[in-house]
Design a protein. Structure first.
Length: 202
């Protein structure tokens, strides 16, 4: 199994690692700013670089504010954001077309890497659903005696077969894609903790 080390904790540079209230306050300010100055929206080519076909995402493609969330499926704070903050945030900002949020893998350990591979096993249309379920049931599967077996059981409930999941777990290209997502977060955005939110590529 691929070994991963947790990045050292450093002060953020051009990124935001925020609690729930700070997230809402920051995005509200950005949303109001965008309404006042429409030209502040990202150009199409920049927006397309932020929104990849294989990245689980919520919200309209033409939203003026695009948020990248770097998260690890074994991160308790990420699970808290997903289950406690995101539902209200989604209702207020995503469903109203103001914001698009794009999930990027930043696995902190080997089991988080495997969870990300399984989440993508059902294809891009189902990845967001698996990410959500894995976060909501994180306390159960992450603490299980065999976390991978617990993850695969959830995958079965989601319609994946053992053969499908085993193939995804053995897929070196998929594993490399997940690890490259983490590497990009570290090198381009200086991500050093999760969850980290990047707003409009800044």
């Amino acid at each position: 199994m691929t070994r991963l080390t947790r990045p050292p904790h450093k002060a953020p540079i051009v990124l935001l690692t925020l609690g729930a209230l700070a997230v809402l306050a920051t995005i509200l300010a950005l949303s109001l700013a965008n309404r006042a100055t429409p030209k502040a929206a990202l150009p199409t080519d920049a927006r397309e670089r932020l929104i990849r076909a294989d990245s689980p995402a919520l919200g309209p493609a033409d939203a003026k504010v695009t948020i990248i969330e770097y998260a690890s499926l074994t991160c308790p704070h990420c699970a808290t954001f997903q289950t406690g903050t995101l539902p209200e945030f989604k209702k207020e900002y995503i469903e109203t077309g103001k914001v698009k949020i794009v999930y990027r893998d930043f696995p902190l350990d080997g089991i988080a890497l495997r969870a990300s591979q399984i989440a993508r096993c059902g294809g891009p249309d189902r990845a967001a659903g698996f990410v959500d379920v894995f976060f909501r049931q994180q306390a159960q599967w992450a603490a299980a005696k065999d976390p991978l077996a617990a993850l695969k059981q959830i995958g079965k409930f989601g319609g994946l077969s053992d053969a499908q999941m085993d193939a995804c777990l053995a897929d070196k290209a998929l594993e490399e894609a997940v690890l490259n997502s983490r590497m990009e977060g570290q090198t381009k955005y200086k991500v050093n903790s999760t969850p980290t939110l990047i707003i409009n590529d800044k």
